[in-house]
Design a protein around this ligand. Structure first.
Ligand code: SF4
Length: 418
């Protein structure tokens, strides 16, 4: 796999402050799992906290870290599978057995029957999903427990439970005359296991950015409206493409009574959008699309549906990471693509397709700063642990949470486009 050096422009104090790229342990000192963690996770014993990367690994020469990773991979052989998300940094992705989106990766691990350990080089909710779908004898490791997802963290279990109670007060919990529930909870894959379990318990479902419209169709067959969390943009863009008016999509702000809505707003709602967003995709703007068109007449602009609606409207296409990858794989020499998604993925696509011009819409390069916390130091440390017989940073989803979350995931797998 080609390694790409990413030139990073930092904006101090913003989510794009990629000082993380140098030593994420400096940022990992807060107690607990960090952003994106599910409250239902058991902290593994011996207690391992973010920030506890041993000093020796923090100070280790890059070349030694890479030698340790290579040696550990060799020693562990088929007992190990390393998964790398599309947005992961190249110094880490080069060791991945599979590279893909979170759901593809969780399923890919199942194709390695001899793998006792799945090392997920992504963020916390991805490792949780892998643990839910893994076979009982497989364990999942997240090399840095502080690698969360700021979007997933915007919808915590208590806030969603409180919103649900409020909605039940407004709608009542009896089904309508046509048998449909008043509201169906739909959670994006980018959410904690606890919220997937919430959906499993309440007749709801999980979606990915690839299947969100199929999942909304499934939900509307069973419910009069949808509560969509945590990403307002994916919910809005998907529902709008299905012909639902934005007037019928009130926002739910968990810090306000009734989410900041009147009862009438909620009674006429078709999709209630949680006030969440991805700090990476929120950065893309309509002006950037216009600039790309001015700089490259004929450019094909593709953005991720986590981008704000005006950006999706201004682009030629919107689609998941897998959609973007396939669109570029299907391009031809000389094609120009302007992409609205995370920079590591965009740079990797350009490296794989030197015959095309592929660039990120955002001139201020901005990686997913939480995924950047998977530094090679953490990968070396967790793999060395496995070689020595010590399991570090295991992600364990409690059985009752996993059982309900699996129900919501299985509904998603069974949902078919109409
Ligand atoms: S890119 Fe956005 S949604 Fe994806 S892991 Fe990073 S913060 Fe979360």
């Amino acid at each position: 796999m080609t390694s790409v050096n990413v030139a990073i422009t930092t904006r101090p104090g913003s989510s794009c402050d990629t000082e993380l790229a140098k030593g994420p342990w400096e940022f990992d000192l807060a107690p607990g799992y960090g952003p994106g963690a599910s409250e239902d996770d058991a902290i593994p014993e011996p207690v391992t906290r973010p920030g506890q990367l041993p000093t020796a690994y923090q100070r280790m020469d890059e070349s030694e870290l890479h030698e340790r990773i290579r040696n550990a991979k060799k020693a562990l052989g088929d007992k190990l599978v390393i998964l790398g998300h599309f947005y992961q940094r190249d110094e880490v992705v080069q060791y991945a057995d599979f590279v893909g989106d979170s759901f593809q990766l969780a399923n890919a691990a199942l194709t390695k029957p001899d793998a006792e350990t799945i090392v997920f080089c992504g963020v916390h909710f991805m490792a949780e999903t892998a643990d839910i779908l893994a076979r009982p004898e497989q364990r999942v490791i997240l090399p840095n427990l502080a690698a969360g997802c700021s979007m997933a963290d915007m919808a915590d279990e208590d806030s969603v439970e409180a919103a649900w109670e409020d909605l039940m007060e407004v709608y009542g919990d009896e089904p309508a005359a046509d048998g449909r529930q008043a509201v169906i909870p739909v959670t994006y894959m980018n959410s904690s296991a606890a919220l997937k379990a919430f959906c499993g318990k309440h007749g709801g479902i999980v979606c990915t950015s690839s299947n969100a419209s199929t999942v909304l169709e499934w939900a509307f067959e069973r419910g009069q409206r949808v509560l969509f969390f945590p990403d307002q943009h994916l919910g809005r863009n998907t529902a709008k493409a299905m012909g639902i008016s934005t007037d019928d999509m009130p926002m739910w702000n968990p810090r306000k009574p009734l989410g900041g809505n009147t009862e009438d707003d909620l009674l006429s709602a078709k999709v209630i959008l949680w006030h969440g967003f991805c700090s990476v995709h929120k950065r893309f703007t309509v002006d950037q699309v216009a600039q790309a068109r001015a700089d490259y007449p004929g450019v094909r602009v593709i953005v991720h549906p986590e981008c704000p609606m005006p950006v999706v409207d201004a682009a030629d296409e919107a689609g998941s990471t897998d959609y973007i990858r396939k669109a570029i794989d299907g391009g031809k020499a000389g094609d120009v693509f302007a992409i609205g998604t995370e920079i590591n993925m965009v740079n990797r696509l350009q490296a794989e397709h030197p015959e095309m011009t592929i660039f990120c819409l955002d001139p201020v390069i901005c990686p997913c700063s939480t995924m950047y916390r998977i530094h090679p130091g953490y990968l070396a440390w967790t793999l060395d642990g496995l070689v020595e017989g010590e399991v570090r940073n295991e992600i364990v989803v409690a059985d009752d949470v996993a059982t309900h979350a699996k129900v919501a995931l299985e509904r998603m797998l069974a949902a078919k486009p109409s």
